[in-house]
Structures are given as structure tokens and as C-alpha cells.
Ligand binder design. Structure first.
Ligand SMILES: NC(=O)c1ccc[n+]([C@@H]2O[C@H](COP(=O)([O-])OP(=O)(O)OC[C@H]3O[C@@H](n4cnc5c(N)ncnc54)[C@H](O)[C@@H]3O)[C@@H](O)[C@H]2O)c1
Length: 253
């Protein structure tokens, strides 16, 4: 199948990272025009160049810090100036502080909520008027950490952040229903990305984490991008206010 996103303008955050980059490349292959962004201008540019080299269309705001509402407005303005509309908003970017409660500072907890929850609110609010015009699809990156607790992962702040993203998504679906805006979340399990590669090299972490996965291996960014593509496309037109787990069976046993 090809052309599944033909004519759609898709804004994806964190395109300098693993899953955002995989989504940008896949969505562009399926005919979407991509608007990306990242805190890291170098990795962001590498993604833009890869998409363009493969014949796709992509612009990006780099550096862009989504914790700043003005940067979010500038990003939406870039989408509208470049491509005239917005059909899909994929809130993928996030950053978390890891630590058990004894070592996690109040500042680190608040910073995690800023970089996991507030950025989703900031950009969705900035994009809402454009999405309202013709309807669209919002995809928020949650996590299985919103559903379960990993014994080996000091994920207190991260679980709080992704739990908020999960419940916020249902509310966005409620508010968007009269405007043709669908909102869904993705909950990946352990995925091999720039954020987890170092941890996966530590046997005391990787062992128990992989033991939790029915398929006995971490997922790949492209396997998450495939689910995002489905939610971005019109194939998921009757799906809203739901969450798709991409976790190799982690939460099922
Ligand atoms: N890797 C996993 O196992 C896993 C599992 C579940 C959920 N997730 C979620 O998937 C998403 C993507 O993670 P990844 O593993 O690809 O990580 P990654 O580190 O490879 O990519 C994240 C990208 O987001 C960017 N970013 C972070 N904060 C930003 C900000 N304020 N403004 C702009 N850009 C910002 C980073 O610079 C980075 O390039 C995140 O929301 C993460 O929480 C990851």
C-alpha cells in the first residue's frame, strides 16, 4: 500500500530523535508533507536531509523548545506558511528525569512534567485553530509506563507524565469531536532508541525489562511509526479517544 497520507500536512515533534525520525521518514514515504522540530538542530537537520534525499517534502524548526509556548506558535506558523494547512499533529517529543523518590528532586519532577505534559498542551493549543478548520488527527505519545510499573525502572516522574498524556488525550477527543478532530495515544513498551540504548547495554536493566516482553526483544522505532501512520491516516476514521499499546505483549501477562 502507498500514498496512505497523500496530501496531508503532518506536524511531528522530536524528529531529530529515533521515533520522531522514523515517523517523519515513513509518513513522507506515504505522501505526507512533514513539519518537524527538535531541540537538537543537528539531528533535526539530518532527518530533514534524509527525507528530502528520499524525494519527500519536509521543513523543520530547529532548534525548537516546545516548553516555550512562543516556539509552539512559531512552529504552527511554519506549517501554515510552508503548506497552507495542518491535518495531523503527532506529539512525539518528550524528555524525562529518572530516579527513585529518595533521589528525585522537586525540580526534576516538575521539569519532567514540563517536558512530557506541558509541551503537549502548549503545541496542541497552538495548533487547535488550524486543526479546527478542517478536522484532523492528534496522536500523543504516551507509554506503557502510564499503565504498568517496571520493577527495574525508576520511572516515578515519567509515569506521572505519561499518565497525564493518556488522560489528556481522552479529553482532547471529547473537545475535538464537534470539529472533526480525533485524538488518540500510543503506548510503546521498551523500544530501542537513542533514549534507551545506554540502558539496554546494562544487563541489570536490560534483563528484567526484556523478561517483561512476551516477544522477548525490544521494539524498533519503525514498529511504533507504523501504528502512528495508521492513526494519522483516514483508515482510522472511527477511532478516537483510545490508546494503542505497541509493547510486544508486555502489559498482557
Ligand atoms: N524509547 C522507549 O522505550 C519509549 C517507550 C515509551 C514511550 N517513549 C516515548 O517516545 C517518545 C520518543 O522517544 P525516543 O525514545 O524516540 O527518544 P529520543 O530521545 O530518541 O527522541 C526524543 C526527541 O525529542 C526531542 N525533544 C525532547 N524535548 C524537547 C523539547 N522540549 N522541544 C523539542 N524537542 C524535544 C529530543 O531532542 C529528541 O530528539 C517520547 O515521548 C518518549 O517518552 C519512549
Amino acid at each position: 500500500m502507498s500514498g496512505r497520507l497523500e496530501g496531508k500536512v503532518c506536524l511531528i515533534t522530536g524528529t531529530g530523535g529515533s521515533m520522531g525520525g522514523a515517523a517523519a521518514r515513513l509518513f513522507a514515504r506515504e505522501g505526507a508533507k512533514i513539519v518537524g522540530c527538535d531541540l537538537n538542530p543537528d539531528t533535526s537537520r539530518t532527518c530533514v536531509e534524509a527525507v528530502q534525499a528520499a524525494g519527500g517534502e519536509m521543513v523543520a524548526l530547529e532548534p525548537c523548545d516546545l516548553r516555550d509556548p512562543e516556539a509552539c506558535s512559531a512552529l504552527v506558523a511554519l506549517a501554515l506558511e510552508s503548506f497552507g494547512k495542518l491535518d495531523v499533529l503527532f506529539n512525539n517529543a518528550a524528555d524525562a528525569h529518572i530516579g527513585w523518590i529518595e533521589e528525585l528532586s522537586t525540580e526534576a519532577f516538575a521539569a519532567t512534567l514540563d517536558a512530557e505534559v506541558n509541551i503537549v498542551f502548549n503545541l496542541t493549543k497552538a495548533a487547535w485553530p488550524a486543526l479546527q478548520k478542517k478536522g484532523g488527527s492528534i496522536i500523543n505519545m504516551a507509554s506503557v509506563s502510564a499503565w504498568i510499573t517496571y520493577q527495574a525502572l525508576p520511572g516515578l516522574a515519567h509515569s506521572a507524565g505519561k499518565g497525564a498524556v493518556l488522560s489528556m488525550t481522552r479529553h482532547l477527543a471529547l473537545e475535538g469531536r464537534h470539529h472533526g478532530i480525533r485524538a488518540n495515544s500510543l503506548s510503546p513498551g521498551l523500544i530501542e532508541t537513542g533514549a534507551t540504548r545506554e540502558l539496554l547495554a546494562m544487563p541489570e536493566f536490560a534483563g528484567p525489562m526484556i523478561d517483561k516482553i512476551m516477544l522477548a526483544r525490544p521494539g524498533q522505532p519503525e514498529e511504533v511509526a507504523a501504528a502512528a501512520l495508521f492513526l494519522a491516516s483516514d483508515e482510522s476514521s472511527f477511532i478516537t479517544a483510545t490508546d494503542i499499546r505497541i509493547d510486544g505483549g508486555t502489559t498482557a501477562w
